[in-house]
Design a protein around this ligand. Sequence first.
Ligand code: KIV
Length: 301
Amino acid sequence: MPAPPPARRASLHAIKEGPNPMANTVLTLKKKVDEGHKVTMVTSYDYTMAALTEAAGIDMILVGDSLGMTMMGYDSTLPVTMDDMVHHTRCVTRATENTFVVGDMPFMSYQASLEQALENAGRLMKEGRCQAVKLEGGARCVEQIRAMVEAGIPVVGHLGLTPQSVNAFGGFKVQGKSEEAARQLVDDALAIEAAGAFCIVLECVPANLATYITERLNSAFTIGIGAGNGCDGQVLVVQDMLGMTAGGFKPKMVRQFAQVGQVVVDAFHAYDEAIQSGDFPSSAESYKDLDPEVMNQVRSN
Ligand code: KIV
């Protein structure tokens, strides 16, 4: 179990000591990109995984609404609620000190009105204590993004295969494949950058198109997932990259950097065998016996 990190500084403390110089911010992330480095992001949804991500020095955590599938067992992200997102985002931010945490706006938490979008983005920041919010969509989200940015909320955009629109797309498919669709993606990226998004996730788009969009943007940087290596950074769903997916399905865009799922199953088998054989717990793993005299008295009463 990773040791808990020191709590984020109380404001008076922070004023006295100055800001945490190790913390990733919108400014340090952009600087990293401008200096030619790649930004690293993984999803995390709970305290333990967030503490490990922080320990590894990953730049950004996305508390993605993919938690609907990875943590809650739904078959899409659509049923995820604001309460689910606030709960998981707060679990993650209890573990982070330096990692920049982005909370995802779930389906229908920002589409109905500007008021609804602002209220829910505010909840993620105030209750979830993340440093930015992410929402899916291009030109149609410009008003929401502008209002959030004006309210002081940093916004990450998300274009390409946006899973909340899976029903509109007719399935999980690569986006931007025709000239028209590709132009639309470029226009959407420029529109949400102009509205104030500081970062844009590009999911499942042809690599050369993602590279072109990255080159066209000025103030915003791109994070790719299934979008080739021309983006400014990369994100993967943590269960995918650690080989923790049930059934072993691996999308083309995923690289498994470990086989954690198999390690866990092997450990559970070993645990079961050790219990059945009487090997666990050993005397070294048990507390000191009660004094024999006291034990005799217990037995005699
Ligand atoms: O919800 C999520 O995890 C995401 C990533 C796949 C980018 O949106």
